[in-house]
Design a protein around this ligand. Structure first.
Ligand code: NAD
Ligand code: GLY
Length: 358
């Protein structure tokens, strides 16, 4: 097992990464302060992984309830959030209660937001079961739900008390979801570290084969990048926004397709390429770097072309409601090439439209 910490101004919390961790409740039981616990999961995850969590809670005599939601991004809604609050009310949860998120990023974001709002904030524990959640969404405390008007528009910063990433759970993850998680891993190399991107190129097959050493290392290195940024800039006043490379484009694609056809990681893959192309068109980076990124994404079985349907005007309109926009003006994360991202304002609209067309 590998353990690292997210160091915040007021406190720190552990991220445990390894095999068989669901059967090691001693890693997370001590972080429960009270006797009441709500476990939120979804119908794909609960049949595989709820039992050891429930058994551990039962063994300590805790009062717990479960909320098992249908899976998928289309469920990350205010309605499901209200169901989570209802479940906490039924549990008569007090301020020392804890919400456990057992699932992917959808469950983590929604459960975390419910924990952030219940009684103005109770504890929550992340037990991520997708690669995407292990490398990104379970760490850093961003919680949210989507609106039809835009992704993650309603949410809060609320840090978990611990993250338990059992890589054995990835054995049941569908291949398409594994690739979607790899998109966020590629993002770290693209924005921070050319050597890590090279490592990904060398280990692409091992990662697709879910070899534990490669997967474990990809998760640990991703969490290290993320923890460092979050420690510097917990609430995204500055360079945490770099983690959004490809996301302004990607979120617009997800919203325009009603959160139905593209997985989040797939939208990020297409969005990263749009950001790279835009950077090259503006003379900030080379076409060779764009092509290298494209080849890696293809090897990792990710889509690289935008879906038919949404028009450039529709996408641009959605991008203006992105959380990085200020006074309606777009701010985009672009790059200078592999390993060097930057936040850019005043990007000419015509140049953005051009990359949205293809
Ligand atoms: P997800 O939660 O929808 O999970 C993907 C699918 O895999 C679902 O169908 C789920 O039921 C299934 N699943 C999960 N674990 C499984 C397992 N072990 N075995 C079999 N099936 C399993 O999607 P995701 O990709 O994990 O997360 C995407 C979400 O994360 C998006 O809403 C995105 O906005 C959010 N996100 C948040 C942050 C953040 O910082 N908070 C960062 C990145 C992404
Ligand atoms: N996934 C972007 C962030 O956590 O800031």
């Amino acid at each position: 097992m590998h353990t690292q910490h997210v160091e915040l101004a007021q406190r720190r919390y552990p991220i445990h990464i390894g095999k068989g961790l669901l059967n090691r409740p001693e890693l997370w039981l001590p972080s429960l302060r009270g006797r009441q616990v709500l476990v939120i999961s979804d119908t794909n995850v609960a049949p595989h992984y709820l039992a050891p969590v429930a058994a551990a809670l039962r063994s300590t005599g805790r009062q717990f309830d479960t909320l098992i939601l249908p899976p998928g991004e289309q469920e990350k809604t205010l309605q499901r959030f209200a169901e989570a609050l209802d479940a906490l009310a039924r549990l008569r949860a007090n301020r020392d209660a804890c919400v456990i998120a057992l699932g992917g990023g959808v469950i983590g974001d929604l459960a975390g937001f419910a924990a952030a709002c219940w009684m103005r904030g109770i504890d929550f524990l992340q037990i991520p079961t997708t690669l995407l959640a292990m490398v990104d969404s379970s760490v850093g405390g961003k919680t949210a739900v989507d609106l039809p008007q835009g992704k993650n528009l309603v949410g809060a910063f609320h840090q978990p008390c611990a993250v338990i990433s059992d890589i054995d759970t990835l054995q049941t993850l569908p291949m398409r979801e594994l690739s979607a998680g790899l998109a966020e891993v590629v993002k770290y190399g693209a924005i921070f570290d050319a050597a890590f991107l090279h490592w990904l190129e060398q280990h692409a097959d091992a990662l697709l084969d879910r070899q534990p050493d490669a997967i474990g290392e990809a998760i640990a290195r991703s969490c290290q990048f993320k923890a460092e940024v979050v420690a510097r800039d917990e609430t995204e006043q500055g360079d945490r926004a770099l983690l959004n490379f490809g996301h302004t484009f990607g979120h617009a694609l997800e919203t325009a397709t009603d959160y139905g056809s593209l997985l989040h990681g797939e939208a990020v893959a297409i969005g990263m390429l749009m950001a790279a192309r835009l950077s090259a068109n503006l003379g900030r980076s080379s076409l060779a770097d764009t092509e290298r990124l494209r080849q890696l994404l293809i090897r990792l079985r990710l889509p690289v072309d935008r879906p038919d349907g949404p028009s450039p005007s529709q996408l641009l309109e959605l991008m203006r409601l992105d959380k990085k926009s200020l006074s309606g003006e777009l701010r985009l994360v672009l790059w200078r090439g592999i390993g060097h991202a930057e936040i850019v304002r005043d990007v000419p609209e015509l140049a953005v439209r051009e990359v949205l067309m293809r």
